[in-house]
Design a protein around this ligand. Structure first.
Ligand code: ZN
Ligand code: ZN
Length: 821
């Protein structure tokens, strides 16, 4: 029989779906395992990155299930967002229809891959049965004081007359019409994630199952720094400038001050001076740049002197005040004391503008000329040029100087975080409506949970103009105030889609619940997520927000855990010709084509075999071809050996048997460890390939003496270990072999340690000191066993036939010398 993947894959996909083969319920008799891949945005087209992500998760889920775990493996859709709204503007399709069609199409593609999902738990964040609870979470956060409103700038395109998302602004210009984008202040909603900054930071320690690089990215994003706020008196003014510094020890080396151009003092300090005009121009120029564009390390430092000075509180020296692009208003106090000798950015700026460099920490290193630094010296050393602090180690001096400024009443120790509160307002239609009204009498009031969801209206126009399409809906504008019943204005902003994806893993534990967001007992059974798998591009925001939500819900006694993801795997990209697959590069390989040509099992096997999961994978047509050939080779092997099968336990009857038993056990051991402990799917597949080679060898070598029971065991195990990788293929062979239940419900095989004690050494067989042959003997064999093995050797037998054996000399692990006459 030929391997016909098309027929096989359709057959099993249909059956698994009909049988709800991968639907699960809580079962206290089994350990649970929650395997989760980051859910996709329903763009309508599955790409190879998805195929890779989901194939990895599917192997883990199927493997754990065969190991006896009750496995939750759900899938859903992160389905609010900009593309749907753009499609509405461009093609007049309502975002809901566009999204629903895409979900259908991508769901079909996922089913075509044979992924073991519990489709009964499918969620889509854009459906009211989901966003109702996103809104409920908002109101709970509001109640806890974790939500507030504040004016914040948005990107505004003056020609499109609309608010743009950051990703719609390209080099300061509107993506659609290329006009220069302005900033416009709007009142917007924030989540107070900074209240959780310290816990989010501390609990990174708990995340043993996360890659170190992701933990470091989280740490850096939170960006805790301990330092001091110090007041510098402004010369010729009664004002003090408060700076935040992480290096109070370097205060004697401060040779200039830098203010963020937006700092509220700037305009006042230059008013009516010759500097006013240049300062204004500089401020205007920076207005179009984002925080990231301004602070990227490769961006040239730029700034200008504003004509005023500060007084150094410790030595009375005058320090010139600058404004510069690299200081931001919302970090620290928006003002820094710049110490070029000991800070890279300050050094770069000082060199450019010819500002003096005063070293205050001496490395005591002959290789560094402290008075002629070529770069900032940022390590530890001994204090110099620092008055009473000279001679101290700078770490020690740091504390002393903080004490000193505290005593003087001009400063104090402070902790600062780089993490900002989370701006969740979007001036968009296709998002979760913020469930708030503004009442003339009561102010901002949240809609009562019992009255949720606040549904997205359908009487909306998508013109690409105006503040948000939502504002065009007549039906949506007003609602009675939940407190006093008076006609009130509805909130027109929707939520950032990151809000939707910050709790979906909890909803999966009880996805169909209509009474509450999830039942706590169910969540308690399934949480935390044992294995989370997704792209490293989500290493910061999504993971941080999900951790934040989990902690808040934990504090509200809703979530049973305070960290959502026990183990995290960030898979590499799929490359072709060395670069990421993308339409613009024209190097995209479509999963549909590959599946059509070779089948889903081949596609899965290839992406799992081509590279370890966390590494980038280089696409290779010949690699795909090779995976396909391998499956056909297995198919032929099973087909040819099946008639020889005998039931019952096997006995080892020959060296060929022995060697096959060894190879079989070695393969099972290696596959079990590679998949279960290391996720090295590529080497696990290699082990299966080797086993298949050995099986062919056995078939050839032992052809007259095939061991039917052993062949039975071999085929069973081969098909079982292939099941997580090539699920349809294995299921079909399993059925062909006469089994009535699914191969995916079979227990994962164990291996026989004893069969693995091959540990043989090669020894030399000599007759009268001349080498005649070499043989393998078990390392455990004693002298007399080795002697008899030597004498039974065919060659030795022939050569000693009829001769008188005088003596046998055995040197274990080395040689046997037979002395004959
Ligand atoms: Zn525009
Ligand atoms: Zn009211």
């Amino acid at each position: 029989m030929e391997y016909n993947f098309k027929v096989i894959e359709e057959k099993w996909q249909k059956k698994w779906l009909e049988d709800k083969a991968y639907s699960v319920n809580e079962d206290n008799s089994k350990p649970k395992y929650y395997c989760l891949e980051m859910f996709p945005y329903p763009s309508g087209k599955l790409h190879m990155g998805h195929v890779r992500n989901y194939s990895i998760g599917d192997v883990v889920a199927r493997f754990k299930s065969m190991q006896g775990y009750n496995v939750l493996h759900p899938m859903g859709w992160d389905s609010f967002g900009l593309p749907a709204e753009n499609a509405a503007i461009a093609h007049g399709i309502h975002p809901d229809i566009w999204t629903t069609e895409n979900i259908a199409e991508m769901g079909h593609q996922l089913r075509r891959l044979g992924l073991a999902y519990d489709w009964d738990r499918e969620v889509a964040t854009c459906k009211a049965d989901y966003y109702k609870w996103t809104q409920a979470i908002f109101t709970k956060f509001h109640e806890k004081g974790l939500v507030y409103k504040k004016n914040a700038p948005v990107n505004w395109c003056p020609s499109c007359e609309t608010v743009l998302a950051n990703e719609q602004v390209v080099n300061g210009a509107c993506e659609r019409c290329d006009s220069t984008v302005n900033k416009k202040n709007l009142s917007q909603w924030y989540f107070k994630i900074t209240d959780y900054a310290e816990r989010l930071l501390q609990d990174i320690e708990k995340l043993d199952g996360w890659p170190d690089k992701v933990k470091l990215m989280q740490k850096n994003w939170i960006g805790k720094s301990i330092g001091a706020e110090i007041n510098f008196k402004i010369d010729d003014s009664d004002k003090n400038l408060t700076v935040f510094t992480t290096r109070p020890d370097t205060i004697f080396g401060a040779t200039f001050m830098v203010l963020a151009p937006e700092h509220p003092y700037v305009d006042e300090l230059v008013a009516g001076t010759e500097y006013e005009k240049a300062v204004k121009e500089f401020q205007d120029k920076l207005q179009h740049l984002s925080e990231i564009e301004r602070t990227a390390t490769d961006v040239e430092k730029e700034g200008l002197f504003i004509g005023r000075y500060c007084v150094n509180p410790l030595n009375g020296e005058l320090i010139p005040i600058y404004i510069a692009n690299y200081v931001l208003m919302d970090y620290g106090t928006g003002a820094i004391m710049a110490v070029p000798a000991h800070d890279d950015r300050d050094f770069e700026f000082a060199k450019k503008y010819d500002i003096k460099v005063v070293p205050v920490v001496d490395p005591k290193d002959e290789n560094i000329d402290i008075n002629n630094l070529t770069s900032a010296f940022v390590a530890e050393g001994e204090m110099i040029n620092s008055g009473e602090f000279n001679g101290l180690n700078n770490i020690e001096a740091n504390t002393k100087i903080i004490d000193k400024v505290s005593e003087m009443g001009i400063g104090e120790k402070t902790v600062n975080y780089r993490l900002r509160d989370w701006l969740i307002s979007r001036q968009r239609y296709w998002g979760t409506p913020i469930p708030v009204v503004t009442c003339d009498d009561c102010g901002e009031v949240c809609i009562n949970e019992a009255d949720l969801p606040v549904l997205l209206p359908t009487d909306v126009e998508f013109t690409g103009k105006g503040q948000s399409p939502l504002t065009t809906s007549e039906s949506f504008k007003y609602a009675p105030c939940p407190k006093c019943g008076k006609k009130s204005h509805r909130e027109m902003d929707t939520m950032d889609t990151f809000v939707d994806s910050s709790w979906y893993f909890l909803r999966y534990t009880d996805a169909r619940n209509e009474k509450t967001m999830f039942d706590k007992q169910k969540a308690e059974y399934w949480m935390d997520v044992d294995q989370y798998i997704g792209g490293v591009e989500h290493a910061i925001l999504h993971l941080l927000y999900a951790r934040f939500f989990t902690k808040v819900l934990y504090d509200m006694e809703l979530s049973p855990v305070d960290e959502p993801f026990k183990n995290l795997l960030t898979q590499g990209m799929v490359l072709k010709d060395g670069s990421k697959m993308s339409k613009s590069k024209g190097n995209v390989v479509s999963p549909d084509e590959i599946i059509k040509k070779y089948g889903a099992d081949t596609a899965r096997l290839f992406v799992l075999f081509a590279a370890p999961p966390e590494r980038d994978l280089e696409w290779s047509d010949s690699g795909v071809e090779g995976s396909y050939r391998f499956l056909k080779r297995v198919w032929r092997l099973v087909d040819e050996l099946m008639p020889y099968r005998k039931s019952g336990d096997y006995k080892v009857n020959s060296d060929d048997d022995k060697s096959l038993v060894f190879e079989l056990n070695r393969a099972i051991k290696k596959i079990t460890e590679d998949v279960g402990e290391r996720f090295n799917f590529n080497t696990a597949i290699s082990a299966i390939m080797e086993l298949v080679n050995e099986a062919y060898k056995y078939k050839e070598n032992a052809k007259d003496n095939l061991n039917g029971e052993l062949i039975n065991a071999l085929l069973d195990h081969l098909v079982i270990v292939l099941a997580p990788f090539a699920p349809h293929f294995s299921e079909e062979l399993w059925e062909m072999m006469g089994n009535k239940t699914s191969v995916h419900k079979v227990e994962w095989p164990s291996y026989d340690e004893k069969a693995l004690i091959k540990q043989e050494v090669e020894i030399v067989l000599q007759i009268n000191g001349k080498v005649k042959d070499k043989v393998f003997v078990p390392t455990s064999a004693d002298k007399s066993e080795i002697e008899s093995l030597a004498l039974e050797n065919e060659k030795i037998k022939a050569l000693t036939d009829g001769k008188n054996i005088v003596k046998v000399i055995v040197i274990p692990s080395k040689l046997v010398n037979i002395v004959v006459k």
